[in-house]
Write a protein that binds this ligand. Structure first.
Ligand code: IPD
Ligand code: CA
Length: 277
C-alpha cells in the first residue's frame, strides 16, 4: 500500500478498529462491578486495573492479527514499533479508568490510527452504555451507525463545554482550575466527563459545543479528534496553531466557537496558590 490509504483501505482500518474495540469492550463488560484490585500507576489518582490490562491484550491481538507490520502505541504496553511509522495505532484500552472503577458509566475503548502522524481513523466504544462512535477521514462520523455532526451553537453564552484535569494537577500551577472557573462564568456550564475520548465524541455528536484539556496522552486523543473533524468540527492547540498529538493539549469545538474559546484561554491568569483556597 502507498503512504496515502485509499477509501477502501480506510474502511478496512475502520472495521478492524471496530472489531478490536468490541473485543476490548467485552472485557470491560466482564469486569464491570467485579474488580478485585485497583492499583495506582505511580502518580496519585492514576489508576490501573485488570480490566485495562486484559482489554488491551484483546485489542492488540486483533490489530496484530490483521496488520502485523503496523506500529502500536498503547496505554498499558507503551510503544511497539517506531513512532514515526507511517501507520501507527494509538490504543487506550480503558479511557476513564477512575469512572470505571467507581462504576460511573462514562468510559471507553479508544482506538485511533495515525497515518504519517495524522489522526485518520477513530473508534470510541463505551461498552457499558453500548455507544459506538466511528470516523475515518473523508468517510464521515457516526454514532451507533447513524451520521453525526457538531452543534449549531453560535454564542459562548449559550454553550455547554467539557474539560478534564490531568493526574499532575496537584503538583503544577498549570492545572486547568483557572480555565475551568473562567469558562464556567461565560457559558451555560463546563462538564467534567472523566474520559477524554467520550468528551471528544460528545463534541462530535453535538451534545457539547467544545472541549479543552492539557496533560493528555496520544492514545486519549487519536480517535476522538477524527470524530470531531469528520463531524464538521475544529481542532487546534490552545493558541489556535495546528494540533500536535504529542503536546497533550488541545481545543476541540464546533468551529463557530473556536476563536471565542481560544481568545478566552489566552487570557487566563495563573492561580495565586495550589489546592483549596
Ligand atoms: C484520563 C481521562 C480523563 C482525563 C485524564 C486522562 P485514563 O484517561 O481521559 O478524562 O482528564 O487526563 O488521563 O487515565 O482514564 O485512561
Ligand atoms: Ca486515557
Amino acid at each position: 500500500m502507498s503512504t496515502m490509504p485509499t477509501p477502501e483501505d480506510l474502511q478496512r482500518f475502520l472495521d478492524v478498529a471496530t472489531e478490536a474495540a468490541m473485543a476490548g469492550g467485552a472485557v470491560l463488560q466482564k469486569y464491570w462491578g467485579n474488580l478485585s484490585s485497583i492499583q495506582e500507576k505511580g502518580r496519585s489518582g492514576d489508576l490501573v486495573t485488570a480490566a485495562d490490562r486484559d482489554s488491551e491484550v484483546e485489542e492488540l491481538a486483533v490489530l496484530k492479527r490483521h496488520f502485523p507490520a503496523h506500529a502500536i502505541l498503547a496505554g498499558e504496553s507503551g510503544q511497539l514499533g517506531q513512532l514515526d511509522s507511517p501507520l501507527l495505532w494509538a490504543v487506550d484500552p480503558l479511557d476513564g479508568t477512575t469512572n470505571y472503577a467507581h462504576q460511573y458509566p462514562l468510559c471507553a475503548v479508544s482506538i485511533g490510527l495515525l497515518v504519517a502522524g495524522v489522526p485518520t481513523v477513530g473508534v470510541v466504544y463505551n461498552p457499558i452504555l453500548q455507544d459506538l462512535y466511528r470516523a475515518a477521514k473523508g468517510l464521515g462520523a457516526t454514532h451507533n451507525r447513524q451520521p453525526i455532526q457538531i452543534s449549531a451553537t453560535t454564542k459562548l453564552s449559550d454553550s455547554l463545554l467539557v474539560t478534564g484535569f490531568a493526574y499532575d494537577r496537584r503538583e503544577t500551577i498549570d492545572n486547568n482550575y483557572a480555565e475551568f472557573c473562567h469558562l464556567t462564568h461565560l457559558t451555560q456550564g463546563v462538564r467534567r466527563g472523566g474520559s477524554a475520548a467520550i468528551d471528544l465524541a460528545h463534541v462530535a455528536s453535538g451534545c457539547l459545543d467544545g472541549y479543552w484539556e492539557r496533560g493528555l496522552s496520544p492514545w486519549d486523543l487519536a480517535a476522538g479528534v477524527v470524530l470531531v473533524e469528520e463531524a464538521g468540527g475544529q481542532i487546534s492547540a490552545y493558541d489556535g496553531s495546528p494540533f500536535d498529538i504529542y503536546s497533550g493539549r488541545l481545543v476541540a469545538t464546533n468551529g463557530t466557537l473556536h476563536q471565542p474559546i481560544i481568545q478566552e484561554l489566552g487570557q487566563i491568569k495563573p492561580l495565586p496558590q495550589f489546592g483549596p483556597m
